[in-house]
Write a protein that binds this ligand. Structure first.
Ligand SMILES: Cc1cc2nc3c(=O)[nH]c(=O)nc-3n(C[C@H](O)[C@H](O)[C@H](O)COP(=O)(O)OP(=O)(O)OC[C@H]3O[C@@H](n4cnc5c(N)ncnc54)[C@H](O)[C@@H]3O)c2cc1C
Length: 454
């Protein structure tokens, strides 16, 4: 499907429903859960009743060939509250790993366990990062060793969203240390598995409605059928890796989810931006609204343009992912980099515009300021996104703009006679010559027909 900015009636309805849910259910609870720093179970339940919390909901969104359903939905939900939003989407990040690395049987069995249903909510987690390093995924130390049909996990995971309270945790572990990221595998670990423990809940700057924890694995025994993809697929993957082929399952998951994180950041950016514009229009100083000062308006103007630019990058990357167009030039990373950085700037500017009121919790902007910072850190820091994009700069593909590589319209007629074609240019020349000899009335008519539409 070609990239389009034209939203379908279904897209508009999704945006309307998600925005209403964010405004009426999420926002009123945001400050409470930010203070309590607890999982917002009642909001997750309400989301499930609204149809926003189930594996089929995400499967349906991902199946949209325009790629726009998921970013549209996420921007609205995170506009409501980033912490509550993160709680709602963490199972989808785990689901994405299950979908990419698991067998169809594993997907059918475990996906429902990750979400539950209204009245019986379940949670899921994706555990990759470790205390000695999150960016350097090749340096993970958690080991999985085969013992008969089972696997035994030992190690520590940190900053794990829903860690310790999740019904299903997908754990990335090293099975062959010689092979770096390609020597890793993912395991399904259900809640209550002996040997997996929550060490501590982490006290965070922002996103405080999302539970984040450190996990330990001590001789944690996992049955063989909880290895994602199964033993044969793993053996095949390791063989390929020994020949220098293949890729890491964890890194593959992050690549796919980056445009989605961009959409989340856009929700926070937009919330802060809208609030700042509204406040600056109402707040008076020196006899008029502060927005009438260019010193206040111009930074907001820059943010307006940057939010739109980041959204276009996000939608492009989402469309590429939906249509199987590979991210040759780091397009997923570009979207995440730009959206996360504009979220931080928008929230900071909102605090500035609100002055002293922006610095205290009477207004929501200080929370957005704390929430926004996470986007330049998790799912790959801004520096890591720059590294990913930077690596493409030396390749041949980067020498032409990205759209030169996109699948084109193969219609022969359009290629020959479409706008800008040589045939149209020649026809124009002939018309101009004829026009010089034509009577005035005919010339006027021709001019009208040939003029671009207004
Ligand atoms: C609230 C929160 C939730 C999270 N949720 C999850 C989760 O659910 N699951 C999960 O697995 N992880 C999660 N993470 C972990 C997150 O993905 C990592 O924190 C992140 O990848 C960065 O890793 P690090 O903290 O170890 O930083 P480090 O890798 O130690 O990096 C430290 C600094 O050095 C920079 N740096 C590192 N290498 C380079 C380089 N080569 N060039 C330039 N700069 C470099 C980094 O950009 C960063 O600024 C979460 C983190 C937070 C804070």
């Amino acid at each position: 499907m070609a990239f389009t900015l034209e939203l379908t009636p279904a897209h508009h309805e999704l945006v309307r429903r998600a925005h209403t849910f964010a405004e009426e259910v999420i926002r009123p609870a945001a400050a409470k859960y930010d203070q309590l720093q607890e999982c917002p179970w009642d909001i997750v339940d309400a989301a499930a009743r609204e149809g926003f919390y189930s594996p089929l909901f995400y499967a349906d969104m991902i199946a949209d060939p325009s790629g726009l359903s998921l970013p549209l939905y996420l921007e609205e939900i995170f506009w409501g509250c980033a912490g509550i939003g993160l709680t709602l989407v963490l199972p989808a990040l785990a689901l994405s790993a299950l979908n990419q690395a698991g067998t169809p049987e594993q997907l059918a069995k475990w996906a429902p366990e990750m979400f539950g249903e209204p009245g019986d909510i379940k949670l899921a987690a994706l555990a990759v990062s470790e205390p000695q390093g999150g960016s350097d995924v090749a340096n993970l130390q958690t080991r999985a060793v085969r013992d008969g049909d089972d696997w035994v996990l030992n190690g520590t995971k940190i900053w794990i969203g829903n860690g310790g309270i999740a019904d299903v945790t997908i754990v990335n572990a090293v099975v062959d240390p010689e092979l770096g990221t390609k020597g890793q595998a993912m395991f399904l670990v259900p809640k209550g598995t002996p040997g997996m423990d929550q060490v501590r809940r982490l006290d965070k700057l922002g996103h405080r409605a999302s539970h984040t924890a450190e996990l330990s694995f001590v001789d944690c025994r996992i049955p063989g059928d909880q290895l994602l993809g199964g033993a044969d697929k793993l053996e095949h993957k390791l063989e390929k890796a020994r020949r220098g082929e293949g890729r890491s399952a964890a890194l593959g998951t992050f690549e796919q989810t980056r445009p989605m994180v961009a959409a989340m950041a856009l929700g926070v950016a937009r919330a802060a931006f809208e609030y700042a514009c509204d406040y600056a229009s109402r707040r008076e100083a020196f006899g008029g609204p502060v927005i009438e000062n260019q010193g206040v308006a111009f930074p907001l103007v820059d943010i307006a343009a940057e939010i739109d630019a980041a959204r276009l990058l996000c939608w492009r990357a989402s469309w590429m992912a939906a249509n199987g167009v590979p991210f040759h030039l780091g397009e997923g990373s570009m979207s995440k980099l730009k959206a996360s950085e504009v979220a931080v700037r928008a929230a900071e500017q909102a605090v500035q515009v609100c002055g002293g009121w922006g610095y205290v919790s009477d207004l929501p902007v200080e929370k957005w300021y704390r929430d926004a910072k996470l986007y330049t850190i998790f799912e790959g820091t801004s520096e890591i996104q720059r590294m990913v994009i930077g690596r493409t700069l030396a390749t041949e593909a980067s020498q032409t703009p990205q759209h030169h590589q996109l699948p084109g319209d193969h219609g022969g007629l359009s290629r020959k006679f479409g706008h800008g074609s040589l045939a149209r240019a020649r026809a124009g020349e002939v018309f101009m010559k004829l026009a010089q000899k034509a009577p005035d009335r005919l010339l006027e008519l021709g001019g009208r027909l040939a003029s671009p539409g207004r």
